[in-house]
Design a protein around this ligand. Sequence first.
Ligand SMILES: Cc1cc2nc3c(=O)[nH]c(=O)nc-3n(C[C@H](O)[C@H](O)[C@H](O)COP(=O)(O)OP(=O)(O)OC[C@H]3O[C@@H](n4cnc5c(N)ncnc54)[C@H](O)[C@@H]3O)c2cc1C
Length: 460
Amino acid sequence: MTRTTTPHHTDKALETRGTYGACERREPTPTPVARARTVLISGASIAGPALAHWLARYGYRPTVVESAPALRGGGFAVDFRGAAHLAVLQKMGVLEEIRRRRTGGSSMTFIDARGNHVAALPPEFAGGDVEILRSELSRVLYDHSCPTPTPHDDTTAPAAVAGTTTAYLFGDSLTSLTETADGVHVTFEHAPPRTFDLVIGADGLHSTVRRLAFGPEEDFVSHLGYYVAGWDLPHGAAPDLAAHAVGYNEPGRLVTVGRVPRRAGDPSYGGEAFCVFASERLGHDRRDPQAQREALVQAYEGAGWRTTELVGTVRDADDLYFDAISRVDAPTWSRGRIALLGDAAYGATVGGMGTGSAIVGAYVLAGELALAAGDHRRAFARYEQKLRPYVSRCQEGGRGTGAFLAPLTQEAIAARNSALNDPAALTAMLQEGQDISADISLDDYPSLVHHDTGSDRNGS
Ligand SMILES: Cc1cc2nc3c(=O)[nH]c(=O)nc-3n(C[C@H](O)[C@H](O)[C@H](O)COP(=O)(O)OP(=O)(O)OC[C@H]3O[C@@H](n4cnc5c(N)ncnc54)[C@H](O)[C@@H]3O)c2cc1C
């Protein structure tokens, strides 16, 4: 069923328009924008709402379609590190809010099968400069892509300053894209067909826009030999374990457990588990959560310490995040009026700074569109030219993440632990991450750009 909005949003538009909702079409306040161009963004996680935020500021009329029935929860903490990430968040007006919602991070202790300390990860290793739950970040970006802060929102920062706002369409997905001379005709699973000036695929590793416009997933996504999983522990499950963040390795397998201090007030929250394990591509149906749970339990069969008890809690988890550690390499990020952003274009799953790259990418893509004043070909080319070297380095940085977290042999585990116990080696690793994430010079884009081309051909 097509759901039009998240529960906390009500909008008169819902009653009259039926399918589109959330923050659509409060009548534009007078602005210098003559006619906003329409952009369909597929995906409302991180890259999608971030792009919508900027496009609305520049006077475009973004519509975001999300296949989930509401903003997706789940996923553990994601982090921002280095000057570029922080500068973009600052420009968006969300940095302080993200800081207010920071997880508080925590260090993690690696233990052996008897529970003895063997190495430690300092908080900044995984948490960067600021760490936030992925679901909370998605909510912050969503709220800031709409013109009015929502009632639960404690920020007073203005969201979009231009006269247009973002429409959200939940519980739906594109089914076809047909480019014509002056637009892209889009059909949906549920909503009536529409034509947009531009379409952006911000729909993640398994992007539908990429499949429809560029080709099958296997042409773009490489499996890096590992899987990652994360879920919340039911309250009361293994309470002694979750009290301190610990990680246990066996060759090719890692299981960790801990608690995010910020969530301590939630009575249903018992901590969270995070696993990384080496595996060839699994044959399970990746859209089937039960098949994912079974694949995970199977992958940890026979493991020592209290792994079986911990991994067994996934049977009752309804928020499991489970995916292959993969890398996306798309030879080009645009085709005509259609472009890719975030994981859909340059994903790296874990350790490749995917969230920071999504935010920086959204800033550059929207800014170049605004600068090019309607010339999407020029804008898409400049976006790719500026961003590709940066995200390629970030992706390269993430290539070894699986092997770092779940080394394949006992000797490799010992070598990893020695490096973590060596302050100089640890400092060098942290510095490398900072350097890579800051290695882009960001242009200042105009705060508002006039458009005199483009139209909404759908009569709304
Ligand atoms: C539920 C979830 C949990 C995650 N947990 C973690 C984590 O714990 N650690 C980590 O490092 N990374 C995690 N990620 C990935 C991380 O969010 C991304 O690597 C990064 O932030 C880049 O974000 P993105 O917006 O490009 O892609 P994603 O965050 O993957 O978002 C893609 C969005 O597109 C939607 N979508 C997919 N197909 C369609 C379609 N056909 N039509 C409409 N919408 C569609 C998805 O539902 C999703 O909301 C998670 C992603 C999701 C969706």
